[in-house]
Design a protein around this ligand. Structure first.
Ligand SMILES: Cc1cc2nc3c(=O)[nH]c(=O)nc-3n(C[C@H](O)[C@H](O)[C@H](O)COP(=O)(O)OP(=O)(O)OC[C@H]3O[C@@H](n4cnc5c(N)ncnc54)[C@H](O)[C@@H]3O)c2cc1C
Length: 288
């Protein structure tokens, strides 16, 4: 089936948009791999309507229950790839779905490593997008950083460009579905080295592994990863949206922390509602 909208993220922005869209009669699917930022918020006291403080997890569960009561389909799946065929194709660790529009409500991106050299070689051999940059590194010795399903998806794509490659898990448990012959380096990374571009990755045992390029696929694919793949405009790590909450790519909308600004629940909820309005206008204009 084709959904009118697939919402990536089941935090306040994604759920708020879902509430508006389902009540307008649209077919929607919400995909979320975790609760999001609220999971770490011990006490919420500044959100409207709760005389007693409550935990972030409690607030998130209430939002999800509210959406489910209204008939929103919510799946706990991780999105590993977002692409365009005739319509938007959203690939998760479990299935591939199709939609007319997509709302990115993925929260704040955190796919960086705080080790010497990482920031220095970002864009100088360290890339965040196999689809965009893989071709530039064909036949080279490459490293992929990550251990989850998103990394496994990037690993498969990287195989088109080189077989001389290894996965650096940086000490994380491997949870992605990698082929049996995948070469893993499991030690923690202590530095990225090089000259004009990155040429080595040093691990905690003191070994420097020679590389000619590094692709980053840490944790889950966030807003910046999708942005890199699709050519979505960013300011820093924030997705740029217009007054209708649409990105520069028609049919792709964004809301909440991933668009930057005031990183608070109230703003995320407001963004979600306004993005739903923007999606409604777009669906009416393009698909009816
Ligand atoms: C410790 C802490 C305390 C806070 N305290 C407060 C407070 O007191 N008051 C307040 O207003 N705000 C507080 N905040 C901020 C608030 O939590 C965020 O502003 C808000 O949750 C943002 O909502 P969001 O929907 O944009 O993103 P998030 O809530 O982060 O939700 C992001 C969603 O996207 C999903 N996702 C991301 N990538 C993928 C993928 N590839 N596949 C599938 N799903 C994906 C995540 O699993 C999650 O469901 C706090 C934040 C933190 C970290």
């Amino acid at each position: 089936m084709t959904y009118d909208t697939i919402i990536i993220g089941k935090g306040p922005a994604g759920i708020s948009a879902a509430l508006y869209l389902v009540r307008s009669g649209y077919t929607i699917l919400v995909l979320g791999s975790s609760v999001g930022a609220l999971e770490r918020a011990e006490t919420i006291e500044n959100y409207y309507g709760f005389p007693q403080a409550l935990s972030g997890s409690d607030l998130a569960s209430r939002g999800i229950a509210q959406a489910e009561r209204l008939g929103v389909e919510i799946r706990s799946e991780e999105v590993v790839h977002l692409g365009m065929e005739e319509l938007w194709s959203v690939k998760t660790d479990a299935a591939t779905y199709t939609a007319k529009t997509v709302l990115l409500a993925t929260g704040k991106s955190r796919s960086t490593l705080k080790v010497p050299g990482f920031e220095e070689y970002r864009g100088k051999g360290i890339s965040f997008c196999v689809t965009c940059d893989g071709f530039l590194y064909r036949g080279k010795t490459l490293a992929l950083l990550g251990a989850g399903e998103y990394a496994a998806n990037e690993w498969a794509e990287l195989g088109v460009f080189t077989q001389d490659r290894m996965v650096f898990t940086n000490g994380a448990e491997v949870t992605g579905t990698f082929p049996a012959d995948t070469r893993f380096i499991t030690q923690k990374i202590t530095a990225f080295t090089g000259a004009d571009t990155v040429t080595g990755i040093t691990t905690e045992d003191g070994t420097t592994h020679p590389v000619q390029g590094v692709f980053v696929a840490l944790g889950t694919a966030g807003a910046t990863s999708f942005a890199a793949t699709l050519g979505i405009e960013l300011t820093g790590t924030d997705i740029v949206v217009d007054s209708e909450y649409m990105t520069n790519i028609p049919g792709i909308f964004a809301a909440g922390d991933c668009t930057g600004g005031f990183l608070q629940i109230a703003k995320a909820v407001s963004d979600g509602a306004l993005a739903a309005k923007g999606i409604h206008v777009y669906l009416k204009k393009i698909f009816t």
